[in-house]
Design a protein. Sequence first.
Length: 345
Amino acid sequence: ALPISHLPGSKSREEFVFQFTVAGVQTKSFRVEASGTVEITLAQNWNSLGDTEADIEVSFHGITPEAATLSLSTEKPIARTYVMSGPGAVTIKPAASLTTHRMVLRPKSSVMQPGGERDLYPEGKRVYELILEYAFKLEEGGDVTPQALLLNDRLYDSVFESQLLAVYDAQRRLLGCTDTWPTPLKLKKGEHTARLQLRHDDVALLEKLKAMPLAMDRKLEKPVALKAYSSFNSAVMAQGEFPPKKVVGESRVAVFFAMAVDEKLPDAVKAGDLLLGTVSYGEPAAGTEGKKSRGGFTVQFAVTAGSPQDAKEESPEDDPRTPAEKLAHAVRDAQLKHLESLRDR
């Protein structure tokens, strides 16, 4: 079965294989979006002999938010969204958590150069390459996913001829490579360099990407939960979380997600970074986006300020004055107080 959702600019194609050893019923679920056309094609596999009789039943259900991505930030830690229930009664049960730390880098250098003899077309057109170099430091080792988000998930339909990303350590040893479909690389603590190669025959087009940022994603050791509330005041006071709510079809419900103002984030998270995660609004929850999947609702938290610093109260032990200086200052303060009393007479 090949369901294709016809939406402009989308990659919404999934393929399911139903294998029956005996007659029966099988069910597959996938995400679709409103205001589109879904085409479902059923074909018999090439190695299945004889004729096959099959009945197909397509039903629509679920909960859809007004926006696929929920956005919060340090100065705006509360976000509201409306969810719509599809045909039939559903239970709205919102939940969200941040699971990925994203650090965004600007290139420290860029080099444009023509390709070699094999990059020269017979008609005289030459392919050029742009090499962008990024420097970053890891406080702890682990899996890191570097990716050029502007170019992801495009290969034969990409504007550019090709792209290749290589990561090196401080001794310039190659640690791993990735391309248009990013994969995690296991990196150690310390200084690293990422080199991104882009190729095209139009130099002007490559020039526009000399400052292209690079994203570095890492899984958080412990997910950061976002709480859901049914009203803005409840979210501000952090009281009365959103309870599971059963609603009839075509209902519209407001949900408020909040991050505590004093939430302690991991030490590696700095101002300018992003925290990414997933959101679900009921059951069954849509899967996160992948190579073959359209689905998944996401949440991002923009860290626009550093972690709050606890105010340090001065203690008597922190007073740098000597005992003689303390006595002199006390006598001075007493004299000033006495002079103020004389002025008032």
